[in-house]
Write a protein that binds this ligand. Structure first.
Ligand SMILES: [Zn+2]
Length: 288
């Protein structure tokens, strides 16, 4: 499932093609992947086709914004669409003349024109846990959908993280995964940053000392930045806007490595379940 680094990398690969592009036409193949931001982050899709303008038709894309795992495309009309990739979603940009190898499960298509060059932006999602939220403005999107989430994991301060972890009775891993605490972290980057900070995933979040939260904050930001630079982690479906896979999975220290040697101490990595999620850690480096 794409997490913050995958979506941030996707944003960076889309920006050159999208910003400044005019949306000439929009095709919707499935209305049930569409939702209104005004209704909040709930999951029920539309039954009827919305107006083209709600999906940015006849406007020019001026900006891309990301919060956690969500990516918004903002137009000069003020309207914005926000894409959530869910489990298997992809946002692909295909320049005119190029052929997309997988055209199945394309639910939405934007035909773009930018300084004479044409291309198609496609939202593809085989498992349909993702979706496209339509907002009349970025402010509406932020207020109705993004404000119910915690701060973005790349920009949260150590002090805000400390305060958020103090408020919960759960394990530190469960807290990191909770999008209301901080937005963007999933199973991969929770395990990798806890390993980096030498913190046991089962420790109750509120009992961590300020020094340990500080260490976790540094580890989290460093792991996320490094993953963005590697194009994210491709486990199954994730590809960026050009169809390229991320290479950060090659740098995982713990995620997907249960039973292998710890890269730090050589001990055997163990797998347990924390917050209903498979969790891998080193019992020697990450003592309770
Ligand atoms: Zn170790």
């Amino acid at each position: 499932m794409p997490e913050l680094p995958e979506v941030e990398h996707l944003k960076r690969t889309l920006e050159p093609a999208l910003v400044g592009a005019r949306v000439e036409r929009v095709h919707v193949y499935r209305t049930d992947v569409l939702r209104r931001a005004a209704d909040g982050p709930g999951r029920s899709g539309l039954k009827r086709r919305p107006s083209g303008a709600a999906l940015l038709q006849s406007s020019t894309i001026v900006d891309l914004k990301r919060h956690g795992k969500q990516l918004a495309i903002v137009s000069d009309s003020g309207a914005a669409v926000c894409v959530h990739l869910g489990m298997s979603g992809q946002l692909r940009y295909v320049p005119a003349g190029d052929v997309l190898t997988r055209t199945d499960h394309v639910h939405c298509q934007w035909s773009l024109k930018r300084s004479g060059a044409q291309g198609e932006l496609l939202f593809r999602d085989p498992r349909r846990f993702g979706g496209v939220w339509m907002a009349s403005s970025l402010a509406e999107l932020e207020e109705r959908c993004w404000s119910v989430m915690g701060p973005d994991a790349l920009t949260i301060s150590a002090a805000a993280m400390q305060a958020a972890l103090k408020r919960t009775q759960r394990s530190v891993k469960a807290a990191l995964l909770d999008q209301h605490v901080l937005a963007g972290v999933g199973n991969i980057y929770a395990d990798e940053s806890l390993f980096d900070a030498r913190i046991n995933p089962q420790v109750q979040a509120s009992t961590l000392s300020a020094a340990r939260v500080q260490r976790l904050h540094v580890a989290l930001v460093s792991v996320l930045r490094s993953a963005v630079d590697s194009g994210g982690s491709t486990l199954r479906d994730y590809v960026d806007s050009t169809g390229a896979k991320g290479s950060f999975a090659l740098k995982h220290n713990v995620y997907g490595r249960a039973g292998s040697e710890c890269t730090r101490c050589g001990g055997k990595l163990v797998q347990i379940v924390v917050a209903q999620r498979t969790t891998v850690y080193c019992a020697r480096c990450q003592k309770r």
